[in-house]
Design a protein. Structure first.
Length: 148
C-alpha cells in the first residue's frame, strides 16, 4: 500500500512538473522574450506559430511541450535545490544554464546551426534570460501548487 501511495504522489509531481514547465513557457519564457523583443534585443517575434519540423507543429507549442518535459526534469532535480532565497536563485540558474546548454550544444547542431547559436551577443543574453525566466516560473508554479 505504501508503494502505491508513493508512486501516485510521484506521478502527480511529474504531471505537475510537466504542466508547470508547459505553462512557464507561455507565461514566463515568452514574457521575457516579449520584453527583450520590445527592448530591441531579440529580433524574432515571441509566440511564433512558424511550423517546426518534422511534423509542422507551431513553434510555440513545440517550445511549450519541451518546457513540460524540462518541468519533469526540474521536479526530479528540485529536491537538491536549497530553501529560501537560494531556491529562487537555483530555479533561475537551472533554466539559464541547463536549458541553454542543451539548446546551444545539442539542439543547435542537430538543426544544423552553429554551436551556441554562434555565441553572438544576442544569443548570450537571450538564451540565459528567457530560460532563466522559465526556471523561475516553473519553480513559482510548483511552489504555488504545493509540489515542492
Amino acid at each position: 500500500m505504501a508503494f502505491v501511495v508513493t508512486v501516485r504522489r510521484g506521478t502527480n509531481a511529474l504531471v505537475a512538473g510537466f504542466v508547470a514547465g508547459f505553462v512557464a513557457v507561455l507565461v514566463f519564457h515568452q514574457g521575457m522574450f516579449t520584453l527583450l523583443h520590445a527592448l530591441g534585443v531579440a529580433g524574432a517575434q515571441p509566440f511564433s506559430s512558424h511550423p517546426v519540423p518534422p511534423w509542422g507543429v507551431p513553434q510555440i507549442w513545440s517550445q511549450s511541450f519541451w518546457g513540460g518535459v524540462w518541468g519533469i526534469v526540474f521536479v526530479l532535480a528540485q529536491r537538491c535545490l536549497p530553501h529560501g532565497v537560494g531556491y529562487w536563485v537555483a530555479c533561475f540558474l537551472f533554466g539559464a544554464i541547463a536549458l541553454t546548454a542543451v539548446a546551444w550544444f545539442v539542439v543547435a547542431p542537430l538543426k544544423g546551426l552553429p554551436l551556441g547559436m554562434g555565441f553572438s551577443r544576442a544569443s548570450l543574453i537571450i538564451g540565459p534570460l528567457v530560460n532563466g525566466a522559465w526556471g523561475l516560473g516553473t519553480g513559482f508554479m510548483l511552489r504555488w501548487h504545493g509540489s515542492t
